[in-house]
Write a protein that binds this ligand. Structure first.
Ligand SMILES: [Zn+2]
Length: 522
């Protein structure tokens, strides 16, 4: 069975009959500008939501912004300006940029905009608002009345000795200094909680020493600590499906604790468990080499939204995604893979590929009429070679006129190919045919090879086939393939290596290419 991973999950969920009504949820703490990898969770949920709907089921999809969480670290750009607010709830910290009610709103809006542009369908909810609307009052009471049970769950699952630490499952906002991350709640009398704002409880913020007693209800003076809070959201909203990244989903981790609390304390069924793998990227190389910090909001600057979504829909949630697009062909390869899925969609071929394509679309599906897809890599090569008439060039490749749809697609790829060439392409790819034949040493064998290929170039119209015949010629001459191709690069760009020779040579006027070959082999 060649089923897409999201359809398999939807099938399992439906078959179990345990997770109705279907309510898919995910959440995020807006503590900084989200990085590109943090899109994986939301998009996994989005794809599963679509799979449930496509299976004919009613489903709800929410995304909770955990804006009641405290800040323990600030994004580097605001670090200095906001340093006095460490420990405060994100929603209570002023926005360093005008036009937003709080830091949480600024950062959440940034993520929401990106998600929406990627076809994300969830309804956004604010945790702060839910608490202030009193929606958490019931679970707060349950948590505090069952504090020993919660302490025991922590002990049993993670080994954390909460009872010994005098820890109670509530976090108070200090009435004096406004901090949430520095307070320790030590008593609950059925009506109010007693707390102390500790000076040195955490390293990233200083408490003021104030002691007080407040009502835990209504959101004014605090919230549940996050693992309890996570479970509480499931019950308050009615969530039945929520995945978690590997970091939270490890044995004894927060996902397990929340799962146990929801069942034992809140008496609510555990949601469908879905631990998913990491999204890795090229570390420093990626962020520093081009001055290009890859934030979530950057992805739609260098990929069309469907391609950005595709990056997350094609990979099984149990597999790591390694994304390192700088200095290599990751992005052209991604386009090739996308086109392969698109062709399967048009031809009604491989179900998994075709489905991946469908799940990557933002709005409506394109038509299934046969379509010529201008290869991204070739668009880039032609641009690199200052090809003036791309439409003409691709009409040659296609062998007939491009339709309006195809021209639009070509234009879109042109836009993203320029970005790729400028910011991501490997150095050696950013090459142009040297005006004059470079002064290079060729072996006799290389000269013979170059002489031999003149006839091939004269005959061959198709770039891919040219690549193939060049390769075959070298083999026929029993030549080292690398040496053969380097001969081409040497006389055209003066380097030992270069872009795919067939594409490269085809992107220049034939007579210019032949003239150069004749010149260097005479
Ligand atoms: Zn305080």
């Amino acid at each position: 069975m060649n089923m897409h991973w999201a359809d398999k999950i939807a099938k399992d969920i439906i078959a179990s009959q345990k997770f109705t009504p279907y309510w898919v949820d995910d959440m995020k703490t807006p503590s900084g500008y989200s990085h590109i990898g943090s899109l994986r969770g939301p998009l996994i949920h989005s794809v599963i939501f679509r799979a449930l709907k496509d299976a004919g089921k009613e489903a709800t999809f929410t995304f909770v912004i955990n804006d009641f969480d405290h800040a323990d670290e600030f994004p580097p750009e605001f670090k200095e300006e906001l340093k006095d607010y460490a420990g405060c709830p994100l929603r209570a910290i002023p926005s360093p940029i005008k036009g937003f009610g709080s830091l949480a709103e600024l950062l959440a809006q940034d993520l929401k905009d990106t998600l929406i542009s990627l076809g994300f369908e969830a309804k956004f909810l604010s945790s702060w608002d839910l608490y202030h609307e009193g929606k958490f009052d019931e679970v707060i009471r349950l948590a505090l009345d069952n504090l020993t049970k919660i302490q025991d769950i922590y002990q049993k699952i993670s080994g954390s000795q909460k009872a010994k630490q005098g820890w109670l499952p509530f976090q108070v906002i200090c009435e004096k200094c406004g901090k949430l991350g520095t307070t320790r709640v030590y008593a609950w009398d059925g009506k109010e909680v007693s707390y102390k704002c500790e000076e040195d409880m955490v390293t990233w913020a200083k408490g003021c020493g104030h002691e007080g007693k407040v009502s835990p209800f209504g959101g004014k003076y605090g919230k549940l600590p996050w693992k309890v809070d996570w479970a509480a959201h499931w019950k308050v909203l009615g969530v039945t499906i929520e995945g978690a990244g590997k970091d939270h989903a490890s044995a004894g981790g927060s996902y397990d604790i929340a799962m146990e609390i929801v069942k034992e304390v809140f008496k609510y069924p555990q949601p469908f468990k879905l631990p998913y793998e990491f999204f890795l990227y090229g570390g420093k190389k990626m962020s520093s080499s081009k001055g290009l910090g890859l934030k979530a909001h950057d992805i739609v600057k260098f990929l069309p939204p469907e391609l950005a979504r595709f990056l997350f829909t094609r990979q099984d949630y149990r597999e790591q995604i390694e994304f390192n697009p700088v200095g290599n062909f990751t992005i052209p390869d991604l386009f090739d893979e996308y086109d392969r899925c698109w062709k399967a969609f048009i031809a009604g071929g491989d179900e998994n590929l075709s489905r991946t394509f469908k799940l990557s679309q933002i709005n409506k599906l394109p038509s299934t009429t046969d379509l010529f897809l201008p290869r991204f890599r070739d668009v880039a090569i032609n641009l690199q070679n200052k090809e003036k008439d791309l439409v003409k060039k691709f009409e040659e490749t296609k062998g007939s006129k491009l339709t309006k749809e195809e021209i639009d697609l070509l234009k879109e790829r042109e836009k993203y190919a320029l970005i790729w060439l400028k910011q991501f392409a490997p150095e050696e790819f950013r090459l142009e045919m040297a005006e004059k034949a470079p002064e290079v040493e060729l072996t006799a064998e290389q000269k013979t090879f170059l002489k031999e290929i003149i006839g091939l170039i004269e005959k061959e119209e198709d770039a891919d086939r040219l690549q193939q015949v060049l390769y075959e010629k070298a083999k026929e001459m029993k030549m080292d393939i690398k040496k053969a191709f380097s001969a081409i690069y040497l006389v055209f760009i003066g380097k030992e290596f270069g872009p795919r020779a067939g594409q490269f040579l085809s992107s220049y006027p034939k007579e210019k290419v032949i003239e150069r070959l004749k010149e260097v082999t005479k």
